[in-house]
Ligand binder design. Structure first.
Ligand code: ZN
Length: 136
């Protein structure tokens, strides 16, 4: 794993939270994106070299809706940048981690992503993400 790519925060209302985090950071988010397959609307903020992702559920059965029902708003996951997500998934499986996605899927922000089950990582949901190479 290379570095923390971003930290994901589950919110009830993205518009309201965008305003709040714009005040907090002193600048607006640089992108918003809906990921239908995950049932989420997201926004991304840059703070120095770091990124914060806010996530709002757009469907009742979205993982974010379930998280908020259970735990309320708050830190949802930590994402780590990896160079080769397929080999990282294979390596982590042999180390005994439960990987929630056998195959990486397309996430927000032009990334291939996979998640590790929090029960194998001390309660922390960990996202692996690999930048999808530009076609040009
Ligand atoms: Zn994320």
């Amino acid at each position: 794993m290379n570095k923390i790519e971003h930290i994901g925060i589950a919110v009830k209302n993205l518009e309201v939270s965008n305003e709040l985090y714009t005040k907090l950071f002193g600048k607006p988010c640089y992108k918003t994106e809906t990921v239908e397959s995950e049932g989420v609307k997201t926004s991304f903020f840059k703070v120095g070299n770091n990124k914060i992702e806010l996530l709002e559920a757009i469907t009742e059965d979205s993982p974010i809706a379930k998280f908020i029902n259970k735990k309320g708003e708050g830190i949802h996951h930590i994402a780590f940048d990896v160079t080769d997500i397929e080999s990282e998934i294979a390596r982590l499986k042999t180390e005994g981690f439960i990987v929630l996605n056998d195959k990486p899927k397309k996430g927000a922000d032009n990334k291939l992503v996979a998640f590790l089950h929090p029960k194998t990582t001390n309660g922390v949901l960990i996202e692996l993400c690999q930048e999808i190479p530009n076609k040009h």
